[in-house]
Design a protein around this ligand. Structure first.
Ligand code: URA
Length: 258
């Protein structure tokens, strides 16, 4: 399907209606300009929107993630969050996906079910994923912190330090082509990783998501696209238009891997 065909398609319009126009109309934004005209090389080009994702048949990656979950994370008591958690929220999705979303930490719904992003913010994330014609099962979704911080407070530094080796392993196993960091904490985590790995002293300083979204960062040859956290969008629906732009960018980058 060409960009033009996709733009006219039911799936595209339905997704845009669901995710963007709903709130944009209320706030008097105009419909996003013809989508899918991005190019990282300075020229716009058509993209083919067949599935950009690798086929995953009970892959080695799935096995490796299962081992990580069953043997390393499941009984973790490395920090105080383990005392209050109900369930560990490991992450879920296609272990071979080219696209990974990284959030912050589980909330109450996630803690009860052991699944990431299934509360209100999660339902919005699902719509965001669907807005670029993907399904939730096509991508991998994880958090930096695997156990719920009480009262949904921000994760503390020692919790991030204790828990982030698990995320690092998840990324190393899945080897996505693109990571979309949702909000401040996952973006800061990736920036730290980039800074620590940089031989030449690269130093990306985190300012605020608004200063980093729309840009592409490179982490171990993975393209990193920071964007707003869905919880922020629930409080600030006008930022949905920016996330929509970021999703279009992701969609175009994915098309380069088809
Ligand atoms: N917010 C997150 O960052 N992660 C979840 O799993 C749910 C809400």
């Amino acid at each position: 399907m060409s960009v033009a065909q996709y733009k006219d398609s039911f799936a595209f319009n339905a997704a845009v209606n669901e995710f963007y126009i709903d709130s944009a109309r209320k706030e008097n934004h105009t419909k996003p300009a013809a989508a899918m005209q991005y190019s990282t090389a300075g020229q716009s080009r058509d993209i083919t929107l067949t599935s950009p994702l690798k086929s995953a048949e009970n892959s080695a990656n799935e096995e490796a993630l299962k081992k990580l979950r069953d043997y390393k994370i499941n009984n973790c008591t490395k920090c105080g969050l383990s005392k209050e958690r109900n369930l560990i929220v490991f992450g879920e999705g296609d272990a071979d996906s080219d696209l990974m979303f990284i959030g912050e930490a589980p909330g109450a719904d996630e803690d009860k079910t052991g699944r990431p992003f299934i509360g209100k913010a999660g339902q919005l994330l699902t719509k965001i994923i669907e807005s670029i014609n993907l399904k939730r099962e096509d991508v991998y979704i994880a958090n930096i912190i695997k156990c719920r911080p009480p009262g949904n407070r921000n994760p503390e530094q020692n919790e991030i330090e204790n828990c982030s080796p698990f995320l690092r392993e998840q990324i190393d196993i899945i080897k996505p082509k693109i990571i979309c960091t949702l909000g401040k904490f996952s973006t800061m985590f990736i920036f730290n990783e980039i800074n620590n790995a940089a031989a030449g002293g690269d130093n990306i300083e985190f300012e605020k998501i608004g200063s980093h979204r729309g840009k592409i960062y490179n982490y171990k040859n993975i393209k990193v696209i920071p964007t707003f956290h869905p919880s922020y969008l629930l409080r600030n629906p006008s930022a949905k238009k920016d996330v929509w732009e970021d999703m279009k960018l992701i969609r175009v980058l994915l098309s380069e891997y088809i």
